[in-house]
Design a protein around this ligand. Structure first.
Ligand code: DGJ
Length: 554
C-alpha cells in the first residue's frame, strides 16, 4: 500500500495544518499569550526559537530577539561523546556561537523500539558549558542519498524498507520515499527524539533541526518499484496541481520530460514533510533541509546529481509539498564567486529564508560570509570544524591549521559583539555585504537612501594605487544603515569609498567616522578616523575595526 493513500497520512497532515494555523494565530496574539495557550513552555522557560517573516524578510529569533548563527559543522563521525573534547577547542578558536552536530538514527535506536538519547544529553550539557547553541542534524533515511546512518534493522532489510529501483531494474543504495514502512519507522524515531529534546531543553540550547541530510538519489532519477509506478501513473496530488496552475493529470501528462525528477522530488518532500510536521506537533522548533547542489547555471541530466533533493529547479515542488520545512539551505562547496553568489540568489527567495548550513572550510571560502550576511542570511557554517583529524580536501581545506581557523575566526570575532544588531537591521533590509571576486577587484554596492559604495581590493591603504586584488582571496565588507546618511562599516582587506547613488553634486564629505565596538548592545566610542585615515577611502586591513560613518553635504 502506498504511503500517500494511507488514512493516517491525512490525519498527520491535517494535524500539521492545524498546528500551522494555530502558530499563525498565536503570532498575531503575541508570544507570551501564545506560549501560555500552547502550554509548550511553562513559566520561566525561554521562548522557542522561531523564524519570523516580516515585510518579505526573515529573521531567526532566539530568546525572543534577532540572532545570527555564526555556526560551524563538525565532521560526519564526531557525534559521539568521545569526540566532543576534539570539537570544543576548534569551536572556541572559531568564536562560533552555534554548532551543527549529527544525531544518527542508528545511534538513538540501534534496536527497534530501544531508544538511547545519552549522546544528545551529553552534547546538550557540554554545549551549555561552552556557551554555544546547537543545530541538530537528523541523519536517518537520507544521508547524502543513502541510508548509512539508519540502524541495521532498517538499512539491511530491503524487503521491509525497499531501495530505489531504476527503469532498468537495478537497485540503488537509496531508500525509496514511496513506502509507508520507511516513513513510519523514521517518523517514529524522529518524534521520540524531538519529544526527548523538548523535555530536556527548556534553555533552548537547540535552535533548529535539519530533517535528513542531502536527500535525493544518485544514479537513478526516481523509484520504479510497482508501488512508485502506480503513484506515478495516478493524478498529481492536489497541492501540486494547486501550485502549478491547477494542472491535472498524471505526472507524465502534467510535467512531460521533467516528470520523473519532479515525482521523485515530490515523493521525498512529502516524506520529509510528514516527519517534520509530526516533530513540530510535539515541539515546534524551526526545521530545515539542506541541499546537494546541481550546477547553478546549466541544464543537467538528473541522474548526474542527487535527483529529487531540493535542487533549484524543483524548489517549487518542495515548497508545495513540504510547508512544515521553514528553510531550504544550500550546501555550498563552489569555490568561484559567480557560482557561489548565484546560488545565494537562487535560495534567498521571498518564500525561502537564506541559510548556508554547510560550506567549504577552504580559507578562501571564509570571505563569502560577508555575502551571506549582506543578503539577509540567518547563518553560515563551514564544514568539518573539529580536531578529529579528517579533512574533506579538495572540497575543503587540506588541514584544519591555524591559517584555516583564523580565516573563519576573524569574521566571527568581528561580528559576534554586534550579531544581534546586524540580525535586527537585516530584518529591515538595511545590511549589505560583499566578498572579493577573483576576476575583478572593484565592486559597487547600492545602499538604501542616497548612497552607494565602491569596494576595492589590493590597493594599499594610502594613495590612489591600482586595485590589484589581495594576494589571496580574503577581502570582504559589511555595511548597515543606522539612520539617514549614517552607516556601520566594517570588513577586512578592502577599501570602502562612499559615492552618491544618483549623479549629483560632488559636494559631500564624511562628517564623522567613529571607530568603536558594540558591547552588550551599546556602542563604545574609541577614536575618530580623519586625515590619512579617511582621505583615501576607508581602508580595512587584517585588524578588527568597526566604524560608524556619517555623511553630509557641504
Ligand atoms: C555534504 C554532506 O552533507 C556532508 O555531511 C559531508 O558528507 C560533505 N558533503 C562532504 O564532506
Amino acid at each position: 500500500m502506498s504511503l500517500w493513500r494511507f488514512a493516517w497520512c491525512g490525519r498527520v497532515s491535517q494535524r500539521a495544518r492545524r498546528v500551522g494555523a494555530r502558530a499563525r494565530h498565536f503570532r498575531s496574539l503575541g508570544l507570551a499569550t501564545a506560549l501560555a495557550l500552547v502550554g509548550v513552555a511553562s513559566a520561566g522557560t525561554a521562548p522557542i526559537p522561531q523564524i519570523v517573516k516580516q515585510n518579505g524578510r526573515y529573521v531567526l529569533e532566539v530568546d525572543g530577539a534577532p540572532f545570527l548563527m555564526l555556526a560551524a559543522q563538525v565532521n560526519n563521525s564526531s557525534n559521539w561523546p568521545a569526540m566532543l573534547p576534539k570539537v570544543w577547542p576548534a569551536i572556541g578558536r572559531l568564536h562560533a556561537n552555534t554548532v551543527e552536530v549529527p544525531i544518527a538514527w542508528e545511534q538513538i535506536e540501534p534496536r527497534e523500539g530501544e531508544l538511547d538519547f545519552s549522546f544528545l544529553d551529553t552534547l546538550l550539557a557540554q554545549a551549555r558549558e561552552q556557551r554555544v547553541r546547537l543545530v541538530l542534524l537528523w541523519f536517518a533515511t537520507w544521508k547524502n542519498n543513502g541510508p548509512s546512518y539508519a540502524p541495521e534493522w532498517v538499512k539491511l532489510h530491503n524487503e521491509r524498507f525497499p531501495r530505489v529501483i531504476d527503469a532498468k531494474g537495478r537497485v540503488w543504495n537509496s531508500l525509496s520515499p514511496n513506502f509507508e514502512a520507511t516513513l513510519t519507522a523514521d517518523r517514529k524515531a524522529f518524534v521520540a527524539l524531538v519529544r526527548h529534546l523538548q523535555s530536556v531543553d527548556a534553555e533552548r540550547t537547540v535552535l533548529m533541526i535539519q530533517v535528513e541530510n542531502e536527500t535525493g538519489v544518485y544514479g537513478a532519477v526516481r523509484d520504479h518499484s510497482s508501488t512508485a509506478e502506480a503513484l506515478f501513473a495516478a493524478r498529481v496530488p492536489r497541492e501540486i496541481a494547486k501550485a502549478f496552475d491547477q494542472r491535472s493529470g498524471s505526472w507524465a501528462q502534467v510535467f512531460g520530460k521533467d516528470a520523473d525528477e519532479f515525482f521523485q522530488a515530490y515523493s521525498i518532500a512529502h516524506f520529509v514533510e510528514q516527519v517534520a510536521a509530526a516533530g513540530k506537533a510535539v515541539y515546534p522548533l524551526p526545521m530545515y533541509v539542506n541541499v546537494a547542489l546541481r550546477d547553478p547555471f546549466k541544464d543537467q541530466d538528473p541522474s548526474q546529481y542527487s535527483s529529487g533533493g531540493p535542487t533549484w529547479n524543483v524548489l517549487h515542488v518542495w515548497k508545495a509539498a513540504a510547508p512544515s520545512i521553514d528553510a531550504i539551505g544550500p550546501d555550498i562547496y563552489f569555490h568561484d564567486y559567480r557560482s557561489y553568489t548565484h546560488t545565494l540568489e537562487q535560495y534567498g527567495r521571498a518564500d525561502n529564508p537564506l541559510f548556508v548550513p554547510e560550506t567549504s572550510n577552504d580559507p578562501a571560502g571564509a570571505r563569502f560570509f560577508f555575502e551571506v550576511v549582506g543578503r539577509g542570511g540567518l547563518g553560515f557554517a563551514p564544514f568539518g570544524m573539529d580536531f578529529t583529524g579528517y579533512f574533506n580536501f579538495p572540497l575543503g581545506a587540506a588541514r584544519l591549521d591555524d591559517e584555516t581557523l583564523e580565516a573563519f575566526a576573524r569574521n566571527y570575532e568581528l561580528v559576534s559583539p554586534m550579531m544581534r544588531e546586524l540580525a535586527a537591521l537585516n530584518r529591515l533590509g538595511k545590511v549589505w555585504g560583499a566578498a572579493e571576486p577573483a576576476d575583478t577587484h572593484v565592486q559597487h554596492i547600492v545602499l538604501g537612501g542616497r548612497w552607494q559604495v565602491e569596494v576595492s581590493y589590493g590597493r594599499g591603504v594610502f594613495g590612489n594605487g591600482e586595485a590589484k586584488g589581495n594576494p589571496t582571496l580574503r577581502g570582504g565588507v559589511l555595511l548597515a544603515e543606522l539612520g539617514p546618511d549614517e552607516y556601520l562599516v566594517t570588513g577586512y582587506d578592502a577599501r570602502v569609498t562612499f559615492e552618491r547613488a544618483q549623479p549629483g553634486s560632488s559636494r559631500f564629505m564624511i562628517a564623522r567616522a567613529e571607530e568603536g565596538r558594540y558591547e552588550h548592545g551599546k556602542w563604545i566610542f574609541e577614536r575618530l578616523w580623519n586625515g590619512d585615515q579617511t582621505d583615501w577611502g576607508l581602508n580595512f586591513t587584517g585588524l578588527r575595526q568597526v566604524l560608524r560613518v556619517r555623511l553630509a553635504d557641504y
